[in-house]
Design a protein around this ligand. Structure first.
Ligand SMILES: NC(=O)c1ccc[n+]([C@@H]2O[C@H](COP(=O)([O-])OP(=O)(O)OC[C@H]3O[C@@H](n4cnc5c(N)ncnc54)[C@H](OP(=O)(O)O)[C@@H]3O)[C@@H](O)[C@H]2O)c1
Length: 516
């Protein structure tokens, strides 16, 4: 298919320097973990490079092991390796001087009192004025303990001074937020006893991606797309979140999770809400939240026959043997955990009724790609049948695809006349690539989310209502799957596009997944 590239006239990234926040300390619980070194510290450093952090700032990592002397150098390594930063970058050494470590056990109450005192000392040293962002980068079983101890030790709601002013405290909570509706509600109740909802930032790192935020710009800042964004013109929508890797040694975690909990309930449902929501009245957190929740609540209960589960079996990828899921370390040889999930959803509202949303997500699929495809209806083709046109079947419906990762961009497929004396047709593609238009960015998506959480802007975070609405949709599916185990697992070979039943889900309605 012929393609056309699009470049922009102004390729500068936006730098809104009005967003520099108050002095503060970012306290990361679980700071010796993979997420902190690989993503969080590089993201904080990118903010520092862009002058988006206050001068009065510090990071305090908290974890169990005694890493006082190695933590800061280790984080420096992470910033260089994961952040595309030169070792002699002039801001790096002064930044690393403000990276501190505190060893404690999350379930030891006395540790929090000591941590509180230590943070107060850092307030004196760095002039951070008692403002805190607590980042819970831990396994979910620690969320409740940490939140409750922060409450007990008055670290969540600091006292007001004599003028009635109090420092602010915000908290980011990592995923997974609950493992079903009941546990998500219970965790929400617990967290809301200690923190007000506007202090809580439930993070989904997909929402930090420029390409995800751009869905709203694409839809609502361009009149040509929004006017056809409905059931009158759209045939169906596909969302694929595919990973080529397996479970990477995280057997115990994945056995409890599976594809539906790990990716669909959060990332995929967020993407779906951005594609399907009505225009919010503003980009304020409440306005966006209301529109997202309306979409999730308009989805019909999901029928078992509209779901597909899969689990990868052993295979050879690029000449190397790879194990099946059941042969992975610390995975049950009889595991029923799904490494692939596909669903057909119906959003029963005026914009979308009758337009199926097909979603699929999984591990060990053919390639790593997250993409949203909007397929439009085929126009009447009578005009092109017979006469001067010899290939009317070559024309394919219009299609907009939004590539979230990798090769971020958007493409539009439309029909064109083949050069020559007859009226023959060919599909062509117009491509917009983020990297070509704006240059390659070393940002990892956490920059925007960390900055927003420090500033107290919850627009790109999940509210209590949203978490419960998405779990309300997924929990009956999980229950139905539990009641109806499948016998033919594994049912797809590692490195393929999942089980045949996923293709049948679309084939039954005369459709097929777009080739990615
Ligand atoms: N890694 C990613 O790319 C990624 C992406 C998205 C979301 N997440 C989420 O982010 C969270 C953290 O992920 P991760 O990969 O960084 O986890 P991880 O590598 O397993 O790190 C766990 C951390 O928790 C600490 N810890 C465990 N038990 C403790 C205890 N009783 N007391 C004190 N510290 C304790 C560990 O400290 P010690 O080392 O001292 O034991 C370590 O710092 C998880 O909820 C995960 O789902 C991670």
């Amino acid at each position: 298919m012929a393609t056309t590239q699009i470049v922009t006239s102004d390729t500068k990234a936006s730098q809104n320097t009005e967003r520099v926040p108050d002095p503060c300390i970012v306290v990361i619980f679980g700071a010796s973990g993979d997420l902190t070194k690989r993503k969080l510290l590089p993201a904080l450093y990118h903010l520092e490079q862009a002058n988006l952090l206050p001068q009065e700032f510090a990071v305090v990592g908290v974890a169990r092991r005694p890493l006082e002397s190695s933590f800061a150098p280790d984080m420096k390594e992470g910033i260089i390796a994961g952040g595309g930063v030169e070792e002699n970058d002039p801001k790096l050494a002064p930044f690393v001087d403000r990276v501190k470590y505190f060893a404690m056990n999350f379930d030891d109450g006395t540790g929090y009192e000591k941590l509180k005192k230590q943070l107060a000392e850092y307030d004196g040293q760095f002039n951070t004025r008692g403002n805190r962002l607590f980042y819970l980068a831990t396994a979910p079983e620690y969320f409740s303990d940490i939140i409750n101890y922060l409450g007990e030790h008055k670290m969540a709601q600091p006292e007001k001074d004599k003028d009635g002013n109090a420092p602010w405290v915000h908290t980011i909570i990592e995923k997974p937020f609950g493992h079903d509706l009941e546990s998500a509600r219970a965790l929400n109740d617990e967290v809301n006893k200690v923190f007000h909802e506007d202090q809580i930032f439930r993070i989904d790192h997909y929402l930090g991606k420029e390409t995800v935020q751009n869905i709203l710009v694409f839809r609502f800042a361009n009149s040509i797309f929004e006017s056809v964004w409905n059931r009158n013109y759209i045939d169906h929508v596909e969302i694929t979140a595919a990973e080529s890797i397996g479970i990477e040694g995280r057997g115990p975690f994945y056995e409890q999770a599976g594809a539906l909990r790990d990716v669909v309930q959060n990332h995929v449902m967020e993407l779906l809400s951005f594609v399907a929501m009505e225009p919010p009245i503003s980009f304020q957190a409440d306005a966006v939240r209301v529109e997202k929740v309306k979409v999730w609540k308009a989805i019909n209960p999901i029928k078992l026959e509209d779901t597909v589960r899969g689990q990868y079996g052993p295979s050879t990828i690029a000449g190397k043997p790879v194990p099946g899921y059941r042969e992975e370390d610390r995975v049950s040889p009889e595991s029923q955990t799904e490494t692939f999930a596909a669903l057909r959803l119906e959003i029963d509202n005026w914009r979308w009724a009758g337009v199926p949303f097909y979603i699929r997500a999984g591990k060990r699929l053919e390639k790593r790609v997250t993409e949203i495809t909007i397929q439009f209806k085929q126009p009447p083709m009578h005009l092109f049948q017979g006469g001067e046109c010899h290939n009317s079947e070559a024309i394919e419906p219009n299609l907009i695809s939004m590539r979230i990762q990798p090769d971020e961009g958007i493409s539009l497929r439309f029909g064109a006349k083949l050069p020559g004396p007859s009226m023959d047709l060919s599909p062509v593609q117009m491509n917009f690539s983020y990297a070509d238009a704006f240059g390659k960015s070393s940002a990892n998506g956490y920059e925007r989310l960390l900055l927003d959480a420090i500033l107290g802007d919850g627009t790109l975070f999940t509210h209590r209502d949203g978490v419960e609405a998405t779990w309300a949709l997924m929990t009956p599916v999980l229950e139905a799957w539990k009641k109806n185990p499948i016998k033919d697992l594994p049912n797809y070979a590692a490195g393929t596009w999942g089980p045949a039943a996923a293709d049948e889900l679309l084939a039954e309605e005369g459709r097929k997944w777009r080739k990615l």
